[in-house]
Write a protein that binds this ligand. Structure first.
Ligand code: NAD
Length: 481
């Protein structure tokens, strides 16, 4: 059976304890690899390597750091097929999705930050009256931690690592234990790209032990975390007394607001994606759909028809719109919401059943599911389900829908469908989310701030925001005569 190894000080190695965890292929429900069950001692070894490497990496020229990031991107491109297959097998997502989105985006993340650093400049403030000048440097922080989730494995892993490395930090990174394979393959790519030993260390294992050891380590100065809100709160409690810098990208329960004056066909097509792409396991999915009353019945009918036509099947099948859910545990969690649909204040409109895929009978497949709800207060509209499950509800006025959209503890993203510019401006200004999409969804420009408000997190990734996060401003004031 394949063994994933830690990447510490430039070498691939077993965990010190020689303890291993099972890694599942969710499309068939079988263990296909083992991953290190790393402990504090592995994290300690990685931190020592990173501290040593920092002395040189932090003073390596921007051109050289940028060149190495481009080489890593080249390595991902050269291994595209292998990485696409690995991501799909580890996560259960359709091959086509991994090939169109996940792995190409990992390439873009490295290339984007390889270029962005060359444009990231310092400020100077001259004060002629007092004959002094202030200039503000952006210094790398030292050793930093990057912890990522399972839904977009290499995509989100590289989204953190690339800005952390290019700003001169040395990194201790942990991918989700549920989807560790592409991070492991990335270690081999980094070795070949000539990344100096110890600059990036990838330590595999459970969140509660390996992840916890990273967060607790006093020499790790910053933590960039993407994952659940509960985990984010736990990390904050540990990190706060050590005054660690934190970037937290957490859960969401995003509204998708549809007005009667929208481009109906485009809206319907995109809403199908924003509801069920990646089996609904994208933090940006629009899981609460609010539809203006005058088109509610029409939309309900069309949306159900389109949803029923979606094909759930093997991730390897090019016809599959939805693949497998990521794990048995997550599959059961999502199913439990559906099984309690009436108790939780909803009515099942379509889907809701596990799917038996021929030849993959033990895989974790679920029909795309639409639930009608009578009120935004219900559990189904207030809790993040993070699966192929959306709720539907009519509204009559702008004020009413805006209040419902904002009446939730999360604030990651929102989508708005209307052709009325004034309304689009009014509502996008008032929505309490970090990201608003108008007449589009998941339309990403890597220069823009990415992140949420309320319990969806603190801080922003993307563009110069991540470069700022991974650097410490230092002001120098010089007076002259
Ligand atoms: P999770 O919080 O369970 O795990 C995320 C990562 O944190 C994993 O690597 C895990 O091992 C680690 N971890 C768990 N406990 C830890 C601890 N005590 N200390 C340190 N690390 C620990 O989340 P998940 O189930 O992997 O991912 C799904 C969640 O991620 C959803 O809530 C989703 O909305 C969120 N998410 C948010 C964004 C965003 O950008 N806001 C993007 C993707 C996913």
């Amino acid at each position: 059976m394949k063994r994933i190894q830690n990447y510490i000080n430039g070498k691939l190695e077993n965990p010190i304890s020689n303890q291993w965890l099972d890694n599942y292929d969710p499309s068939v429900g079988e263990v296909y690899a083992h991953i290190p069950n790393s402990g504090k001692e592995d994290v300690e070894k990685a931190v020592l390597a990173a501290k040593k490497a920092f002395k040189t990496w932090s003073v390596t020229s921007i051109e050289e750091r940028s060149r190495i990031l481009h080489k890593i991107a080249d390595g991902i491109e050269a291994n595209m097929e292998k990485l696409v297959v690995a991501e799909s097998k580890d996560n259960g997502k359709p091959l086509a999705l991994a090939g169109a989105v996940d792995i190409p985006r990992a390439v873009s993340n490295f290339r984007f930050y390889a270029q962005a650093i060359t444009q990231f400049s310092s400020n100077a403030h001259e004060n002629i009256g007092s004959k002094s000048i202030n200039y503000t440097l952006r210094k790398p922080m030292g050793v930093v931690g990057c912890i990522s989730p399972w839904n977009l494995p290499l995509y989100l892993f590289s989204w953190k690592i690339a800005p952390a490395l290019v700003t001169g930090n040395c990194v201790i990174a942990k991918p989700s234990e549920v989807t560790p394979m592409t991070a492991f393959l990335l270690s081999e790519i980094c070795q070949k790209a000539g990344l100096p030993d110890g600059v990036l260390n990838i330590v595999h294992g459970l969140g509660t032990s390996t992840g916890q050891a990273i967060v607790e380590h006093p020499e790790i100065k910053a933590i960039s975390f993407t994952g659940g809100t509960k985990t984010g709160a736990h990390i904050s409690r540990i990190a706060a007394p050590m005054f660690k810098k934190l970037s937290l990208e957490l859960g969401g329960k995003n509204p998708n607001i549809i007005f009667a004056d929208c481009d109906y066909d485009k809206m319907l097509k995109v809403t199908l994606k924003s509801s069920f792409a990646n089996q609904g396991q994208i933090c940006l999915c629009g899981s609460r759909i609010f539809v203006e009353k005058s088109i509610y019945e029409q939309f309900k009918k069309d949306f159900i028809t389109k949803t029923k036509a979606l094909k759930v099947g093997s991730p390897k099948n090019p016809d599959s719109d939805l693949g497998a859910m990521v794990s048995k545990e997550h599959f059961e969690k999502v199913l439990s919401y559906i099984q309690n649909v009436e108790k939780y204040g909803g009515k099942l409109l379509c889907g809701g059943n596990p799917v038996k895929v021929e030849g993959h009978e033990s895989g974790y497949y679920l029909e795309p599911t639409i639930i009608e709800v009578g009120s935004n207060d219900c559990k189904l509209n207030q809790e993040e389900i993070f699966g192929p499950v959306v709720t539907l509800m009519p509204f009559e006025t702008e004020e009413e829908v805006l209040a419902m959209a904002n009446e939730v503890r999360y604030g990651l993203s929102s989508t708005l469908w209307t052709s009325n510019l004034n309304r689009a401006m009014r509502i996008s200004n008032a929505l309490e989310t970090g990201i608003v999409w108008v007449n589009t969804w998941l339309n990403r420009d890597l220069r823009t701030p990415f992140g949420g408000v309320k319990e969806s997190g603190i801080g922003r990734e993307g563009g110069f925001y991540a470069l700022e996060f991974f650097t410490e401003p230092k002001n120098v004031c010089i007076q002259y005569t």
